[in-house]
Design a protein around this ligand. Structure first.
Ligand code: AHR
Length: 491
């Protein structure tokens, strides 16, 4: 099959915000305990953070890490997680039916971020929490005033304020599963008042309000409108969350979910525009896609680990090669919407729905979805370009006209390099690609291909890995059947 991409390097969508390459660590499963943090592990540093895991995180060039949840956030008292570790309480953690020992809290997490040179995106609890708890956490993190919580931080060993810039106002507050879930009106009131209070203390912060938990929520749309109407002057971003599944094994319907993601973004963007007009405002609310991924394998396997233990091993997704193709395509969708999506978090980073896995006391390794994230994050920086695409399409249960080709184009002006990220979804045919008008030298052609769609990477074997294609001719480009690809062209 044949495809043509018409790209004009002067025709831009938008500069890409580095924060679309963010991730997420929740106190959930083994993300924290025996994930990033395991003091008894041979690689642990003085603070108990596993350096084998840090070494796998670094190459991903993650911009921000969202923390501490997720659903966990809505029952979390941040004051449990500060001060001397042996004085911290163990709590029943209701969101995931586990024990929370509070050995990792705000200071430990922020120090972990600093060591990795990753910025934090902190959440404030708007489930059991109050606006007062939220602004006190902000004071603890960012204030240099001679006040109670700022001085507590100094007492706990941290003199300089952390300067946390990006904050989430709760998590998925529309979801019936959420601790102290709220109606749109209830959430809007508390989010608005919390935002006001937080910006009174620190006007430099940026705030993300909760959108719907996912696109199929019955209140999707109405929820966004209410939140925007109520909170417009005080917030900067509205959140989107979405995970895709392949429960019935209809892989071609699964592989075009990136197009649903695009529709979802367009719908929320249109709501933001509508409310902006209604308010006659000059301000644009941008989008924070702060949870996205594939998530279904663990549930499909029907596993249900023992409850009420520390580091309950839940949602340890074993991603396959089909997931590599969809995750790569979802990254393309984010880039193609870089005019409106300014933040995006792959959910999550370690052990829970994650590209990085660990064994307690043992190995760590990378999953199949690690690779598209690594390459796109490393080379997908600069300006997103418009593409006029001519590519074959297919019909499946999910869509009538799903494209066999997912594509995005990124220009690095500094290096004068055009990077293309391309996924050929056809399991039967390679794709002959032409790029009319693009002249230059193909300096890199990385592909992930040649394995069955259900191939997985484990501690013992890693069949799903990238390879550099040796034949590098711009006039004879072929994308293998079922493949993720990156082309870098020096213009
Ligand atoms: O990322 C896992 C969970 O998915 C988060 O806790 C929640 O926000 C979402 O439902």
């Amino acid at each position: 099959m044949k495809a043509t991409l018409y790209i004009n390097t002067k025709d831009a969508i938008s500069p890409i915000d580095d924060r679309i390459y963010s991730s997420f660590i929740e106190h959930m499963g083994r993300a924290v305990y025996t994930g990033i943090y395991e003091p008894a592990h041979p690689s642990a540093d003085q603070e108990g953070f596993r350096q084998d895991v840090a070494d796998l995180i670094r190459p991903l060039n993650v911009s921000h890490i969202r923390y501490p949840g997720g659903n966990f956030l809505s029952g979390y008292d941040w004051k449990d997680g500060i001060g001397p570790k042996n004085n911290r309480p163990v709590r029943p953690e209701m969101a995931w039916s586990a024990l929370e020992p509070n050995q990792v809290g705000t200071d430990e997490f922020l120090s972990f971020c600093e060591k990795l040179q990753i910025s934090p995106m902190l959440g404030v609890n708007l489930g059991t929490g109050t606006p007062k708890d939220a602004v006190e956490l902000l004071e603890y993190c960012n204030s240099s005033l001679p006040t109670y919580w700022a001085e507590k931080r100094i007492e706990n060993g941290r003199k300089e304020p952390y300067g946390v810039k990006l904050w989430c106002l709760g998590n998925e507050m529309d979801g019936p599963w959420q601790i102290c879930a709220k109606t749109a009106a209830e959430y809007s009131r508390i989010a608005c008042e919390t935002a006001k209070l937080m910006k009174m203390l620190d006007p430099d912060i940026e705030l993300v309000a909760c959108g719907s938990s996912y696109r199929d929520m019955p209140t999707f749309g109405a929820w966004e409108e209410t939140v925007l109407r109520e909170c417009y002057p005080y917030i900067d971003y509205l959140s989107l969350h979405q995970y895709y599944q392949n429960m019935d094994g209809d892989v071609m319907s699964f592989l075009c979910r990136d197009e649903d993601m695009a529709d979802f973004i367009d719908e929320v963007a249109a709501i933001c525009q509508r409310i902006k007009k209604e308010k006659n405002s000059d301000k644009d609310i941008k989008l924070s896609f702060d949870e996205w991924n594939v998530w279904y394998h663990f549930q499909k396997a029907g596993r249900s680990p023992e409850k009420w233990i520390v580091g309950r091993p839940i949602e340890e997704e074993e991603f396959d090669f089909a997931d590599t193709l969809l995750v790569g395509s979802m990254l393309n969708t984010l880039i193609n919407h870089s005019d409106i999506v300014k933040i995006a978090c792959l959910a999550q980073l370690v052990n829970c729905i994650a590209p990085i896995m660990t064994q307690e006391g043992g190995k760590s390794w990378t999953q199949t979805i690690y690779w598209p994230f690594l390459y796109t994050s490393r080379y997908g920086r600069g300006t997103a370009l418009k593409i006029k695409k001519e590519a074959p399409s297919y019909t499946c249960r999910a869509r009538k006209d799903a494209s066999y080709l997912s594509s995005c184009a990124v220009l690095s002006e500094e290096e004068n390099i055009l990077s293309l990220f391309l996924i050929n979804k056809s399991p039967d045919e390679e794709m002959v690609l032409s790029l009319p008008g693009i002249k230059g030298e193909l300096i890199s052609f990385v592909t992930i291909d040649g394995v069955p769609l259900d191939a997985v990477n484990t501690a013992a074997s890693q069949p799903v890995v990238p390879r550099e294609v040796t034949e590098k001719r711009l006039d004879e480009l072929k994308l293998p059947t079922s493949s993720w690809n990156m082309l870098r062209i020096k213009l």
